[in-house]
Write a protein that binds this ligand. Structure first.
Ligand SMILES: [Zn+2]
Length: 291
């Protein structure tokens, strides 16, 4: 399984927490018709859609980007010991898989300089914190955690109004603020000449992707601006948890148009292993080919 790849002077690792058939395609993409799904099954099965269950095969994972200056962890998955009553497969996880896969990169929690959350959904913030003597403390003790300002404002407001239905903000975002490890930035923030955020709103209000490297030797860590290669072929195809599916479609068109037919390595959050690949034009949309 490809879990590590070099892009110029940068190394990108994947740290997988889960990989399994999770959701029925027609529920996950509410406007997808059975006819359109059928038309595409020949290339979606068995890798992207499990033939036995008809469910989308998805990965839950972090990317670690090692530059000459920093170790950056992007999206922190679901986490352990977290109550997620509405999501049985994420509720109260107690697995050593994530920590073992992190150790396999050769990096420890103390080696991470930045944690970047592309957005603040439950499967992207979980390992921000870990349980210590009954308290949620930052998992990565030296890291600065980068949150987009409008994304953070949106979710903290939701949590304040309705904490019962936003437990991941309570246990995985607010403790980072309290520990003063957060760095609140604009979603087009530039860290240095090798790392910049690109606004990709729509799936959430202020979602960002992370562009790393130099021209010709670069990669885009997409977060949830895309969930399946079906949304490359049909960029306007929204998923059920989108904040604004129309805007998400516009973000996909813009980003795919910029990075298709180039060397840019696309590192997708939820695509099944190896999750990374390149985009080329395909009729009115784009074709994803994995590395
Ligand atoms: Zn996600």
């Amino acid at each position: 399984m490809t879990t590590q790849i070099k892009v110029g002077e940068i190394t990108i690792h994947r740290v997988v927490e889960q990989e399994a058939p999770f959701f029925a395609a027609l529920e996950f993409f509410p406007t997808l018709t059975p006819e359109l799904l059928e038309e595409n099954l020949s290339w979606l099965q068995p890798k992207y859609i499990d033939p036995a269950t008809g469910k989308l095969v998805l990965c839950v994972q972090s990317y670690i980007v090692r530059t000459p200056h920093h170790n950056i962890l992007i999206d922190s998955c679901v986490g352990n010991h977290k109550p997620r009553p509405t999501r049985p497969f994420w509720n109260m996880l107690a697995s050593d898989r994530y920590e073992k896969n992190l150790a396999a990169t050769g990096l420890g929690v103390g080696d991470i300089d930045y944690v970047m959350c592309t957005h603040l959904h439950t499967d992207h913030v979980g390992w921000n914190t870990r349980l210590e003597n009954g308290r949620w403390v930052p998992t990565f003790p030296k890291a600065k955690y980068l949150f987009a300002d409008r994304e953070l404002a949106h979710w903290t407001e939701q949590e304040e109004k309705d904490p019962v239905n936003h437990p991941w903000i309570t246990d995985s975002v607010l403790p980072i603020m309290a520990a003063r490890r957060a760095e609140v930035v604009k979603s087009d923030h530039r860290l240095n000449e090798l790392v910049e955020l690109i606004p990709t709103p729509g799936h959430t209000i202020d979602h960002y992707s992370v562009h790393v490297g130099k021209a010709g030797q670069d990669a885009l860590i997409t977060g949830d601006m895309i969930h399946s290669p079906l949304q490359a072929r049909y960029p306007e195809l929204g998923m059920r948890a989108d904040y604004d599916s129309r805007q998400a479609g516009e973000s996909r068109r813009k980003v795919f148009d910029r990075f298709c037919d180039s060397a840019t390595l696309m590192c997708m959050a939820h695509f099944p292993s190896p999750s990374m690949g390149r985009l080329a034009r395909w009729e009115e949309g784009y074709k994803f080919t994995s590395v």
